[in-house]
Structures are given as C-alpha cells and as structure tokens.
Ligand binder design. Structure first.
Ligand code: 13P
Length: 346
C-alpha cells in the first residue's frame, strides 16, 4: 500500500499557506440549479460549466486561493474551448479538491435531522479522483439546532461518518476536509450554538482519534458560533470571534494542519469581519492557521453579476477576486470594512 503521509502533510500545509484559503465551488447540481433558478439562469450542464469556467479562469485567483473544491460533474468538464478544468487549475498553480459525500439525507428515526451518506464505494472513488489529479476531498455533515435537537444519535452518526471518510481519504492520498456544520437556521441563542458546536467537535475528534486519522494530514472546516438566524439576538464581531476561538482551542488538537471556515449563510461582510477578528485578536493563541473555505461568501456577488450573460464575465471575475482578496486579508488579520468600499469602484 502506498504511504502518502508526507505528501498529505505537504498538501495540507499548502492548502492553508499564509494568506490563502480554499474556494468551495462544489455545489451539487441540485444546489447549483437552485441558485441559478433564483437569478433566472438556465439550469443546464453548459451553464454550470460556463459558471465554473468563469470562476477558475479569474486572473490572479491563485494569489488568494490555494485550491477549489469541485463537484463530480465539474472535475470531468472542460472549458468552452476544450481545455480540461483540471488543467486550468494546475496551470494556475492551485490544488484541485473534490466533494465526495453524496449528500445529507433524512436520518431514520430522527425527524428533522440529517446524516451524511457516501461511504459505500468511497475507496474506489477516492482512487479514481487521485488518479485524475485531485489532492484533497470534502465531506459535509450537518447538525440542526431545534426543539430537543440535535439528538446524541445524530451527532455520533455524523461524527462516525466523518472519521470513516477521513481515514479512507488518507489511505488513498487525498487530504480530508472534515466539515461538521452546525446550521445557523433557527431561533436558538448564541450560547446554545456554542454548546452544540462544542459537543459536536468533541464527538468528531473522539471518532477521528478512534479511527487513527492523522491530524497533521487533515483540515477542519467548522462553523462559527453565531446566534440563530431567527433569534433576533445581536452578537458583536468580537463575541463571535472569541466564542469560536474558545471552542476550537478546547477541542482541536494543535497538530491539525489547519482550520478553514465555512460561511454558512452569514453575509459576505460578516464572514470576512469574523475571520479577520479571529486572526487579528486571537491569532497568536492559535496553533493552527485559521482561514476560509467559503462558497456563498466568496461567490455570490460574482454569480449575481454574471447572471448567465457572457458579456459580464470579466466584471463578475473582478467581484470574485475582490471577495477572495478580502478573505485573504482576513486570514492575516489585515481586513478592514473600508475595503468593501473599493467594490463600488469595480
Ligand atoms: P458556505 O460558505 O456557502 O456555507 O459553503 C461552504 C461549503 O462548502 C458548504 O459545504
């Protein structure tokens, strides 16, 4: 069996190298189509390709992004002129990643909760993706906060799945991004979000430990501690940064290669400001790089501007690059809200 340990360590370090983060563009066709429909963009394979080509051919994207996370359809696509998207990524000096879970499905016996599927045949799929050129993978588990939720069963089942996935990826040469997302939806308090996120992370690292996952060969993609979207509770940027760093320091071993947050439905400005505050105020306390792996918080302005029109590709790319730059600066604690004003000039 090939020993990928050193390669995995090197790639994990590259993914979170100074000033860089990961661009999540691995929406399944269903999710991508929903976002297209909201903007009146046709939901066809060629429009999805055009959009992914727009993202990946953005000039200088690799100044701020170490690698994109792709979906199975995308990793097999080529540009309109026939260049494989994997070659576009390699030529830009980025590492390609791939979403390997098959979605969060209803968790039997537990109404209102989900469990992520995709372990069957995973080793074979990992081997194929590695051979194609992928070097990291993503698996997203979701935890819902609600009346009596989450159940212990949901947390444990998802933690177990994340660790199984991570071990299989490491055996096949892909750096696993371990993503336990505590959803922002609901009217719960920030304190409740902290409690659930803390419990979830503890269970995830227990399973990673049990299944001998190498911490220095993985990236954690967690959610931030924020009040539920419908709670009406206001939290300051400092509160979010402080409580988030607190649960990370409590639960994440110092040897984990890096932390790359999801945005989870926060606004693009809040996503940048929170990441910035964590690095600016608490960076010196953190044993791991703390960066971004955003989808909506990077892509949304570009998607909305493009709206399926070829003539708007270049301006859409400027909007994408602006968000990538803001988040790159936030990963160094150098972002300011003044930077947002530059966007008006784009
Ligand atoms: P958001 O940043 O839009 O939450 O997406 C991150 C992601 O990859 C979800 O799996």
């Amino acid at each position: 069996m090939t020993d990928y340990a050193q390669e995995l360590r090197n790639n994990a370090k590259t993914m979170v190298s100074a000033g860089k983060g990961i661009l999540a563009m691995d929406e399944s066709n269903g999710t991508c189509n929903r976002r297209f429909e909201a903007l009146g963009i046709p939901t066809t394979e060629s429009y999805r390709r055009d959009y992914r080509e727009l993202i990946l051919t953005t000039p200088a994207l690799s100044d701020y992004v170490s690698g994109p996370i792709l979906y199975d359809e995308t990793i097999r696509q080529s540009t309109a002129l026939g260049v494989p998207l994997l070659k576009v990524i390699a030529d830009a000096g980025m590492l390609p990643g791939i979403k390997v879970d098959t979605g969060a499905k209803d968790f039997s016996g537990h109404p209102g909760e989900k469990v992520t599927e995709g372990l069957d045949g995973l080793a074979d799929r990992v081997a194929e993706y590695y051979q194609m050129g992928a070097r990291f993978a993503k698996w997203r588990a979701v935890i819902t906060i609600g009346d009596g939720l989450p159940s212990r069963a949901c947390i444990e089942a998802n933690a177990h799945g994340l660790a199984r996935y991570a071990a299989i990826c490491q055996a096949g040469g892909l750096v696993p991004i371990v993503e336990p997302e505590v959803l922002i939806d609901g009217n719960h308090t920030m304190a409740r979000c902290y409690e659930v996120t803390d419990t979830t992370l503890h269970a995830v690292f227990h399973q990673l430990y049990m299944q001998d996952v190498a911490y220095d060969q993985m990236i954690l993609k967690p959610s931030m501690v924020v009040p539920g979207k419908a709670s009406g509770e206001e939290a300051s940027v400092t509160d979010v940064a402080e409580m988030t760093i607190q649960y990370l320091l409590k639960n994440v071993p110092s040897t984990v290669a890096g932390i790359a947050f999801l945005s989870g439905g926060q606004t693009k400005e809040a996503s940048s400001a929170h990441l910035n505050e964590m690095n600016h105020r608490f960076g010196e306390q953190c044993p791991w790089p703390v960066t971004f792996s955003y989808a909506r918080a990077i892509q949304q302005p570009a998607l909305e501007h493009w709206a399926g029109e070829t003539s708007r590709v270049s301006e859409a790319q400027q909007r994408l690059l602006h968000r990538a730059k803001c988040n790159s600066l936030a990963s160094k604690g150098e972002y300011t809200s003044e930077l947002e004003k530059q966007l008006a000039l784009v």
